[in-house]
Design a binder for this molecule. Sequence first.
Ligand code: R5P
Length: 300
Amino acid sequence: MTTRVIAVGGADAAAARLAACLGGTVCPLAQRRFPDGEHYLRVLGAVEGADVVLVAHLHPVDPLLVDIVFLADALRELGARQVGLVVPYLAYMRQDRRFQPGEAVTSVSFARLLSRSVDWLATVDPHLHRHAALSAIYSVPALAVPSAPAIARWIRAEVPDAVVVGPDEESGQWVDEVARLAGCPGITGRKLRHGDRSVEIAWPALQPWRGRPAVLVDDIVSSGQTLVTALQGLGAQGLQAAACVVVHGLFAHDAAQRLQAAGASRLVVCNTLPQAGLPLIDVLGDLAEAAARLIAPRQG
Ligand code: R5P
């Protein structure tokens, strides 16, 4: 049984790690754009009869979707036994309903597109809020690896007396689990989003936690506005934020700088996306174990 791991769109480090964990090898890929912008892809290794795992950091996502669809097709034509997809960050999960009339529910459409192309999918903590599980929208087997154990280990080691704080109800699922595993109290605010960069957060009474270092935990930082507003709210109630821990650091535009200016002295991210210069919490080992579980049933 041969496992070949292909890095799509430059996910080379993650692909090498996955290949090592899965006892497979990296299969090189030639990727470029034609002068008109169309995608050129060429699989440079043998994949006939192999279990192939595509690895991609889905940010920015749209060009990678095209590559994944084309590659999955090509790999089947080249005789791959299965084509799985490991995406440490699963994009398009936040548009999980039609908030305004006429909007595209992109989480569902994206899931349909990927489910038509690959045999299975593994990811880390997708933004499941109004969709109860990946199986609600993905028709292929899809595993969501929790980051809470790794984040809780980090908190126990670095800020053992923390109070774990989530900025909104959506983060409650991560905050509760991280707090339980770290043996710390956990609290969440209630967020009202008025626009991409305009949010309000209402907090429960925080006086009981004054004097304890707060660790803000959220699944995604994009514009950074949620965490900036949370830091301001905590500060106003006399709580000191010791760290912000984020599963998927998208950091649109100047988000990292805005967070630092708002008092996020310690910004830590899980290694689901390539990050320069930030401390990382490792979740790729757990992701490789999930991939191994998904590969096995198709090996016969
Ligand atoms: C949504 O509620 C997520 O859990 C995050 O809180 C949100 O995506 C963060 O986005 P931003 O950094 O743009 O406020």
